[in-house]
Design a protein around this ligand. Structure first.
Ligand code: GLA
Length: 379
């Protein structure tokens, strides 16, 4: 992360130094579109994220400079002061959500930069939200607990960015721990750290970015969520979590074909997360991989959040003997996450690059995964 640049730009603009805070993006091994259904997710924070320098300025405005976009915005802290720039709305939203919870946030200066690829399904926006939620909590000594920091990020998405997301991304960004995945129960909010060192078992985890950009805002994401909520309501439940295929089949005639398929995917995915956690505890990576492929095709055919490029990458992975591969994150573009035996790794990447480029005119981007710590202050 570009700590030095963030600091240098801060000094140039504001003539002084502030405090540095960082928060990561995330991967998710399995459990996609389960969070807002009250189900399980299995993410980990990564070594890519956001870093921000921040200092209270004694005014009632926030003065923010986005280093990567070379864009500067000033905004006040009342509801009607919402900035137009979408990146600034994340920061504004975090301030407002803290205020709604009774926290006193005043004006501050900030510069920030990130290395989470945008739109790749690695939660650059959650990294931005948790950086500021954590920083403002620290600077103003607000005493907000870490779950609430995650919720502040989630509410920012809901109320200021138009995405009715679940809690997974913000949770992972706040609670991440190096070398560990986290299984979170999104209904009870209980979670457990799982040591995750695929290398010790002869596997590597790698992301292939199709570079197809997704746009979750005001979008198909919210439609997916609405389908799930309709089916849950039909079943007389708050969440789809816990519903069985038999229950779903019993109401099949009363719901749309589309809603049926969405719910079928979610119910299957709940079980796959539990299967994967159990398999990991036995070191059974083959089962982990099989479930990943099942998730991919469930997301593609039933949930319909994949795209041609990602289906191509998952198919190619299977042909290359890759243990598991699937679309990661909300969908509509972005990355596949691949679990690859070490001896196949180089060959797989070479083939994937060549075949993808032959078909789509450019190579996929490759990111190796390092599971890292969550939101923190760095000086
Ligand atoms: C996006 C959302 C998350 C989650 C995933 C899909 O990343 O922000 O809450 O729903 O999609 O698993």
């Amino acid at each position: 992360m570009n700590v030095n640049v963030v600091e240098q730009k801060f000094c140039e603009r504001f003539g002084d130094k502030g405090m540095l805070f960082a928060s990561p993006g995330r991967i998710n091994l399995i459990g996609e579109h389960t969070d807002y259904n009250g189900g399980f997710v299995f993410p980990g924070a990564i070594d890519k994220g956001m870093v921000a320098m921040i200092k209270p300025n004694g005014l009632d405005v926030v003065r923010a400079y986005a280093v990567d976009l070379d864009d500067y915005v000033e905004f006040g802290l009342r509801e009607e002061d919402a900035p137009a720039a979408s990146w600034a709305r994340y920061i504004f939203g975090v301030c407002r959500e803290i205020q709604k919870r009774g926290g006193q946030v005043k004006g501050f200066d900030t510069t920030f930069s990130g290395d989470v690829p945008l739109g790749a399904g690695m939660s650059s926006s959650a990294a931005l939200e948790s950086t500021f939620a954590n920083a403002l909590n620290d600077i103003y000594e607000l005493g907000i607990d870490r779950f609430e920091l995650a919720r502040i990020g989630q509410s920012t998405e809901h109320n200021y960015c138009g995405v009715k997301c679940g809690i997974m991304d913000q949770f992972a960004s706040v609670f991440g721990k190096a070398g560990h995945l986290m299984r979170l129960d999104c209904r009870s909010m209980e979670f457990e750290y799982f040591p995750f060192n695929p290398e010790e078992h002869g596997y590597k985890l790698v992301l292939l970015d199709s570079v197809v950009k997704h746009e979750l805002v005001g979008s198909p994401y919210n439609d997916r969520r609405a389908s799930c909520e309709r089916v849950a309501a039909k079943l007389g439940q708050e969440f789809l979590r816990g519903a069985t295929m038999a229950q779903l089949d019993a109401i099949k005639g009363e719901i749309s074909e589309e809603d049926y398929k969405r719910a079928r995917y979610v119910i299957g995915e709940e079980q796959r997360v539990l299967d994967v956690c159990a398999a990991l505890e036995r070191g059974d990576y083959e089962t982990v991989g099989r479930r990943m492929y099942e998730t991919h095709w469930g997301m593609s055919k039933d949930y319909e959040v994949s795209c041609e490029e990602l289906d191509f990458l998952a198919t190619l992975a299977e042909e290359c003997g890759v243990t598991g591969s699937r679309i990661m994150g909300g969908g509509f573009g972005g990355c596949t996450i691949n679990l690859v035996r070490a001896e196949l790794y180089e060959g797989f990447l070479a083939t994937a690059k060549a075949r993808f480029a032959e078909r789509y005119g450019h190579e996929p981007k490759v990111y190796s995964v390092v599971i890292s710590d969550g939101a923190r202050r760095i000086n």
